[in-house]
Design a protein around this ligand. Structure first.
Ligand code: BV8
Length: 256
């Protein structure tokens, strides 16, 4: 580890140790070392092969339901096969040692933080492993009979046999508002945070990316953990160049 990184880690650890409350915001890079592709990695990022607006949006799903459903099915299989790595576990150990001091906010739609044991994860962009109906059900009960279970044709999204409503992934698509409760919780956590650690995000997706600037404006110390430069570097006080699985145990285990 370079001397400058060691200094930055030591300084950040001291700030976390003296923080009354602090927060973490994670992005796809947090899951990279668990084998889940990020969005922008050129060699294997999801978006290297697809136009996110074409797929991760309601118009995209309505236009190409089978293709979008297949993309999410493939991603779900990848998440189910993945395991939390040392960075997820370090965050969970810290949270268990110091309950109520750390708020964990994620842009990710996988469940790795939860499976690692982190409590109360604030999920800004929903849950990849959940389904919900594409449209509000027009007639949930007909003649006393509730909706029949969804049925699926191979390769097609499941649909209601009575009204044709489609199931869709329980994620927030582009052009959709974030879950109000999650967004309020995230803004509230950042407002109280003496430190915000931003891990594994390019800072390209809003309004989540705005949380870093909000933390800075409110006097919080903003640190970034990322092996590469990001769009948030200019609002950071400190940039730790490295990966989540490498740096989080080094940062947090001495405190846990
Ligand atoms: C909305 C679920 C209101 C779906 C996702 C300004 C304000 C508000 C909105 C906008 C705005 N400007 C533009 C918008 C619109 C849009 C947007 O942000 N567009 C972008 C593309 C410009 N935002 C929205 O639509 C949001 N909704 O604003 O609602 C509204 C409502 C109606 C009408 C108008 C407005 C909704 C956004 C949510 C989209 N859904 N996910 C799915 O997953 O399929 S976003 C999805 O992409 C992820 O959840 C994640 O958030 C994002 C990808 O970003 P990252 O996580 O940063 O990943 P990326 O690959 O980019 O970067 C990885 C990073 O990790 C890199 O920096 C890399 O160096 C690093 N890394 C790699 N390995 C490691 C590592 N780091 C550490 N360790 C490693 N090992």
């Amino acid at each position: 580890m370079s001397p400058s990184l060691t200094i930055a880690l030591t300084d950040l650890r001291r700030r976390i140790a003296s923080a009354r409350r602090w927060a973490v915001l994670t992005g796809a890079g947090m899951s990279a070392e668990s084998g889940i592709p990020t969005f922008r990695d050129a060699q294997n990022g999801h978006w290297a092969h697809f136009d996110p607006m074409a797929l991760a949006s309601e118009p995209g799903f309505r236009a190409h339901p089978a293709q979008v459903w297949a993309w999410y099915a493939e991603r779900r299989a990848g998440v189910r096969a993945a395991q939390p790595h040392a960075g997820h576990l370090a965050l969970a150990r810290y949270a268990q040692r110091w309950p109520q001091r750390l708020s964990l906010i994620t842009q990710n739609v996988d469940d790795l933080h939860q499976r690692a044991g982190s409590p109360g994860v604030i999920r800004l962009h929903g849950d990849l492993l959940a389904d919900r109906w594409l449209a509000p059900c027009p007639r949930p009960v007909v003649a006393g009979v509730p909706c029949p279970p969804a049925c699926a044709e191979p390769g097609e999204p499941p649909h209601c046999p009575r009204c044709g409503n489609l199931l869709r992934p329980g994620v927030v698509w582009f052009g959709e508002s974030l879950p109000p409760d999650a967004w309020r919780a995230a803004e509230g956590a950042v407002a109280q945070a003496d430190v915000l650690l931003v891990i594994g995000t390019s800072g390209a997706v809003w309004p989540a990316a705005g949380l870093a600037g909000q933390a800075r404006e409110q006097g919080g110390f903003v640190a970034i953990l990322n092996p590469q430069a990001s769009e948030l570097d200019e609002v950071a006080h400190s940039c730790l160049v490295g990966t989540a699985a490498q740096l989080l145990p080094a940062l947090l285990d001495p405190l846990s």
